[in-house]
Design a protein around this ligand. Sequence first.
Ligand SMILES: *[C@@H]1O[C@H](CO)[C@@H](O)[C@H](O)[C@H]1NC(C)=O
Ligand SMILES: *[C@@H]1O[C@H](CO)[C@@H](O)[C@H](O)[C@H]1NC(C)=O
Ligand SMILES: *[C@@H]1O[C@H](CO)[C@@H](O)[C@H](O)[C@H]1NC(C)=O
Length: 150
Amino acid sequence: MDCPLQVLILELISTLLFWEGASPLRLPGYDLSAPANVVVEEGLCTIIPCNFTYDPSDASQTATLYGFWFGKRGFPGELPLVATNSDEMVASFAVNRFHLIGNLKEGNCSLLIFTAEKNDSGSYVFRMEKGYRAKFTFKDNYPEPFLKVT
Ligand SMILES: *[C@@H]1O[C@H](CO)[C@@H](O)[C@H](O)[C@H]1NC(C)=O
Ligand SMILES: *[C@@H]1O[C@H](CO)[C@@H](O)[C@H](O)[C@H]1NC(C)=O
Ligand SMILES: *[C@@H]1O[C@H](CO)[C@@H](O)[C@H](O)[C@H]1NC(C)=O
């Protein structure tokens, strides 16, 4: 689970530079902060830092909080699942390489990526679910962090 320190420091700088501000076009209670861009060298690992909120009055108190990261890659409109804390199967290219490491209960949706491949380049989209009504995909007016593998 080693991720070189210099990568993380670069990451932190880009986070500070690209952290997105709040947009008025967002659903009340639902927000997500993530850098617009994360750059990583091929073969190395990186973290896409991320935090989110949801409206607790939508959520079932007893339901488990699930998080999902989807990659915008492959065919247009196709969103392969790359990481989740649910039982759902992730895309084969993502197995053992993409990890949802953030503590969701603390609103942390950070995504860890090992051994970055050229074709991991692209935008990533986060979704949360907690019970029947609290289901939300943070897209369009929310940050969809772009991973650039160099
Ligand atoms: C994410 O964390 C930062 C720093 O603590 C904070 O300013 C921001 O409002 C948080 N964003 C969300 C969506 O909770
Ligand atoms: C979110 O989780 C990541 C990975 O565990 C950690 O590095 C980061 O410090 C956490 N962020 C906050 C605001 O706690
Ligand atoms: C991505 O690239 C790697 C190495 O170049 C290759 O092994 C893998 O099959 C590719 N995955 C997809 C989904 O195209």
